[in-house]
Design a binder for this molecule. Sequence first.
Ligand SMILES: *[C@@H]1O[C@H](CO)[C@@H](O)[C@H](O)[C@H]1NC(C)=O
Ligand SMILES: *[C@@H]1O[C@H](CO)[C@@H](O)[C@H](O)[C@H]1NC(C)=O
Ligand SMILES: *[C@@H]1O[C@H](CO)[C@@H](O)[C@H](O)[C@H]1NC(C)=O
Length: 437
Amino acid sequence: MKLLTKTLFLCLAICLTNGAPTHHEHAAEGHGGHHAALPDRCSGLEFDAIVPDETGKMFFFKGDYVWGGFGGEVHLANETFKELDDIHGLGHIDAAFRMHNTENPDEHDRMILLLDDKVFSYYNHTLEDGYPKEIQEVFAGVPTHLDAAVECPKEQCKSDSVLFFKGHDVHVYDITTKTVKTKTWSHLPVCTSAIHWLMQHYCFHGHNFTRFNPVTGEVAGDGYPKDARNYFMTCQSFGHGGGYKIPKCSETKIDAITADDTGKTYLFAGPIYMRLDTKRDGLHAFHITRAWKEVTHGVDAVFSYTDKIYLIKDDKVYIYKGDGQYTLIEGYPKTLKEELGIEGHVDAAFVCPSEHTVHIIQGHTMHDVDLTATPRVVTEDHALALHDIDAGLCGPEGINVFKGSEYYHYENAKALADTTVSPLSKPITSAMMGCRD
Ligand SMILES: *[C@@H]1O[C@H](CO)[C@@H](O)[C@H](O)[C@H]1NC(C)=O
Ligand SMILES: *[C@@H]1O[C@H](CO)[C@@H](O)[C@H](O)[C@H]1NC(C)=O
Ligand SMILES: *[C@@H]1O[C@H](CO)[C@@H](O)[C@H](O)[C@H]1NC(C)=O
């Protein structure tokens, strides 16, 4: 968790306001650009390599330069990765990936940079002992002078593997058996960099990128290739606008938070949402409409029950089905009255794991609504010591109730209902909510 505190950067689609490009394009590539203008990634670059570090911060390499994060400034790569210059005659980085080796913690999460025939392994931005090594020594059977590389965890590739790209050939290196299988994916553009991000694989070519299946190479149908500037970097006049800025923890105010049975945890604030359970890939703010198309004006409260997610806004309840990709259930939105038997503004709502009661908070009152009853009716009302809360979340460790930049912890719903004096509040932390310290 503590790694996260330093690494909050943004965002797909929305993007921080502090990364506005200021530099002009640098046409020439390679060494010796002392007096050349710095390159501008918003001008549409083809990156040599893109790779996250162990905290999820994404690094974009191009020639002598690197950008850290989606909104970071450009720097000389050798400022951060000092040893890249120690061997003279090596060119720029060819490819990079983040090692995914769940069986060997000493290798897991390393940033692996590939130059010509050399492998550099970084952790905590420090070159590891014994590196650089030859590609043949570390990944026997994999060619040198690669175009791109990307890790593939066993959940997606049957065993922890690395895909090495050279032209249309893909050399799949199995980390456990240390064997290589070569495939040819002629239909996929030649990838100059590739990343594994939020459970998906992306191939970058030119300033575009394409999502692909890491086992079959099949290209996703929906609208690819897409322009990387709209998704992976903060470029003025690109992206879907919004200018959402991650708030300081002391200024946090959320509208809703929920976690489903599979652990997917979503935070909602104004027009955006963030997944909180995918910290290894950094935290990213998206427009709510990206996942829940019909919910166009934010939410008041959200809860998860069985395989569905309920979004409440004003007097409407939107129920979506799905697992990451959500579809509005036919006939929705319905009114609060119709769906849950209540009326008026909802402050917060939550269901505890494996329970069938939703606790709905309105002002000073908590209503318990039986979700197995048809029609749904309020079974019990409780007067709360706390009021005007923003959101509530119930998990195995109990209930957190959020109010502004603070939260209150309760053992369970009964404790929340029975407590006559509010417990001491605690400040929301960046590890919980992805805010800035
Ligand atoms: C870093 O790279 C730049 C550009 O190639 C070069 O001019 C500079 O001398 C290098 N710095 C170090 C410390 O090697
Ligand atoms: C990471 O490196 C920095 C200096 O570069 C050092 O101060 C810090 O202790 C290191 N962290 C870990 C976890 O090794
Ligand atoms: C990027 O993709 C668009 C289609 O989305 C295409 O028209 C364009 O030619 C592509 N550009 C490059 C450099 O690949």
